[in-house]
Write a protein that binds this ligand. Structure first.
Ligand SMILES: Nc1ncnc2c1ncn2[C@@H]1O[C@H](COP(=O)(O)OP(=O)(O)OP(=O)(O)O)[C@@H](O)[C@H]1O
Length: 280
């Protein structure tokens, strides 16, 4: 299902957080939202998964305005993986993952065989089958993050929204997660801080700065050293991954400090645009 944010403006407590943002996630694509802390990634995602109503503009999912759908209809289309989810600490892992099936059932309907199959499959795909009888309270941060992924997978939605899902994950778990997302038939909209993960696994990146889209398009044309330096104030260069042969981004020292004006970056040395790996 295609997900489109059209001219979306979001205000929180009268403060404009998102300004006229347009984003297009074609059906089956992986779209990475990147940008500095506070640039509005989570806020835009909240509008997409129907938790914060935009003050202006429209979020379209498969041609329907999400805010015109019921909460249940929306959760049949979109599953969400958040960083700081309301933790059902006393629930077992299996019980939490089973919550992903709630939109599929009528009130008080029992868990069906199809539900059990979906739960088992989601536990396996997220690598948490062996944890299923543990309570969430006893899990590590990374294990818990994978449980929330399993819950979203159990929901079997055509759209998946993830807010910084790699934060607690080790290298293998990060790689497995991104590979899994790429293989899903779903449309994936994911906020990421790791620009190399965005560059490697996304079809499109949308760069947010101060609540506006600074750039959007395929990662290889968008994630240039110039854009990264202007957006983050950190020296950047492009190199080649020695294992995959794909593009990789290298980062150097800060060109300015938080709060300094962007124009300060112009006083920094020009970025290296060669494709050799640059020693850090
Ligand atoms: N309730 C609120 N009241 C005031 N400001 C808010 C509120 N909620 C969010 N903001 C502000 O909106 C801006 C965008 O926040 P948001 O969480 O969307 O950014 P983000 O890009 O996801 O950041 P991060 O990378 O740090 O997670 C921030 O400056 C934040 O302080």
């Amino acid at each position: 299902m295609r997900v489109v944010a059209e001219d979306v403006t979001v205000e929180v407590d009268g403060i404009r957080i998102i300004n006229d943002v347009t984003m297009d996630a074609p059906s089956g694509s992986v779209v990475a939202l990147v940008g500095p802390n506070g640039s509005g990634k989570s806020t835009l995602l909240r509008a997409v998964y129907r938790s914060l109503r935009p003050a202006g503009g429209t979020i379209w999912i498969d041609g329907d305005d999400v805010w015109g759908l019921s909460a249940r209809a929306s959760s049949m289309r979109t599953a969400v993986v958040l960083q700081d989810d309301s933790p059902e600490f006393e629930f077992t892992v299996r019980e939490v993952v089973a919550l992903g099936r709630v939109p599929h059932r009528r009130a008080f309907e029992r868990v069906s065989k199809a539900d059990r199959v979906a739960i088992d499959e989601a536990l396996t795909r997220a690598g948490v089958s062996e944890l299923q009888d543990r309570t969430v309270a006893t899990l590590s941060g990374g294990e818990r993050q994978r449980v929330y992924l399993a819950r979203a997978l159990a929901q079997q939605t055509p759209v998946l929204v993830l807010d910084e899902p790699t934060n607690h994950l080790d290298l293998l778990a990060q790689t497995e997660l991104l590979e899994l997302l790429v293989d899903l038939p779903a449309t994936v909209v994911i906020a990421l801080h790791d620009l190399n993960l965005a560059a490697t696994y996304s079809d499109r990146v949308v760069v947010l700065t101060r609540g506006r889209v600074a750039a959007a398009g395929p990662p290889e044309t968008i994630l240039t050293p110039e854009l990264i330096e202007a957006t983050y104030g950190v020296r950047a260069a492009v190199g080649t991954n020695a294992i995959t042969g794909r593009r990789v981004l290298h980062f150097g020292p800060a060109l300015r400090h938080r709060g300094q004006h962007h124009a300060d970056a112009s006083h920094a040395p020009a970025p290296s645009l060669n494709t050799e790996s640059t020693p850090l």
